[in-house]
Design a protein around this ligand. Structure first.
Ligand SMILES: NC(=O)c1ccc[n+]([C@@H]2O[C@H](COP(=O)([O-])OP(=O)(O)OC[C@H]3O[C@@H](n4cnc5c(N)ncnc54)[C@H](OP(=O)(O)O)[C@@H]3O)[C@@H](O)[C@H]2O)c1
Length: 301
């Protein structure tokens, strides 16, 4: 029995699609919340048992994990300790935890919590196999919280302000590549048991290239205004002095300059991970945005 958290999320959807495509016959128990949208799960034809509860609830996790031998924890690193506790209590053989490349940030405010949680849960490797998957920024549809906002901004506004030169590298990963990776990790257990993998997009691109790629996919000619870093930092500092609820901090401006490109050679070697490029992947998200935008305009008329 496979136990899954976060199956109703962005990459969870793609994992379910892959299970369906592969005609997966195994039993799956998945955690959903009261308000989770489970329509696609109910219609999937998979052998799915839903357990309704919250991942903050240790007793719920421990009691519902009974009888499961593998856990795929997609929901969030903040629940990993409780998930691993429940797994240890139930003698689970293998826990696959979806964490984040955020642990590699040189800014402690971004990485310290992730490192602390991960180091803590990995102590349980003596009791069970723990495989850690670390995605970079996830994109791919209106379900993401990053690229969709950028698409909307570039579609509506001609000018795009960029803090610094935009030379920092990024390597966003498409949610479909992640969903497929979850499946392939499980399938290739003899290679992937107890290992760690970064999961990123095909190749790195600079932030400037990324914005231009989205702009091109939209068929727009956005004018990118580069704001010198020294000025951006000064402006953020002043902004934070005058507004205690400022939506951007000095550190966030500096963090934007950090490279967030991570290789995936181990994943390629162990389970043939082969992600698509950002240029290919962003087109469908842009098309989804344009289709929604056109239909809401038509309704308004
Ligand atoms: N977004 C990024 O750029 C990014 C970058 C690196 C790593 N990650 C990590 O990668 C993983 C996969 O991301 P994703 O974008 O596919 O996920 P997502 O779309 O954010 O979905 C989160 C899932 O977790 C469930 N969930 C959240 N809190 C819960 C709780 N308290 N109790 C029960 N279920 C709960 C949600 O249920 P509902 O459907 O009820 O909301 C949903 O199914 C996550 O661990 C995420 O933190 C994300």
């Amino acid at each position: 029995m496979l136990y899954v958290t976060g199956i109703t999320g962005h990459s969870g959807h793609w994992f379910v699609k892959r299970l369906v495509n592969e005609d997966y016959k195994g039993k799956i128990r998945c955690v959903v919340r009261d308000g989770s949208d489970t329509d696609f799960l109910d219609k999937s034809g998979l052998d799915i048992e839903k357990v309704v509860g919250d991942l903050n609830d240790q007793d719920f996790l421990t009691s519902t994990m009974r009888g499961c031998n593998t856990v795929l924890h997609i929901a969030s690193i903040i629940y990993s300790k409780k998930v691993v506790n429940a797994a240890a209590h139930n003698n689970v053989e293998w826990a696959i935890l979806v964490h984040t490349t955020g642990r590699y940030s040189k800014y402690k405010s971004a990485s310290a919590e992730y490192i602390a949680i991960e180091n803590d849960v990995l102590k349980c490797r003596e009791r069970m196999g723990i495989t850690v998957l670390r995605p970079t920024m996830i994109y791919g549809s209106s379900r993401d919280r990053n690229m969709y906002k950028l698409i909307s901004f570039l579609h509506k506004i001609k000018f795009f302000p960029m803090f610094g030169e935009g030379k920092n590298l990024m390597q966003p990963v498409h949610a479909r590549d992640l969903g497929n990776a979850y499946y392939d990790v499980i399938l290739n257990r003899s290679n992937t048991f107890n290992k760690d993998y970064n999961l990123s997009g095909k190749q790195p691109l600079s932030y400037l290239e990324l914005v231009r790629t989205v702009s091109n996919a939209l068929g727009r000619y956005n004018i990118i205004i580069k704001i010198p870093l020294w000025f951006s930092v000064l402006a953020a500092r002043l902004y934070n002095v005058v507004d205690k609820r400022a939506i951007i901090s000095v550190e966030q401006v500096l963090r934007m300059q950090e490279d967030k490109a991570f290789g995936y050679e181990e994943a390629m070697r162990d389970f043939a991970y082969s992600p698509i490029s950002f240029k290919e992947g962003i087109v469908e998200e842009v098309n989804e945005y344009l289709a929604k935008n056109n239909s809401s305009r038509t309704k308004q008329r």
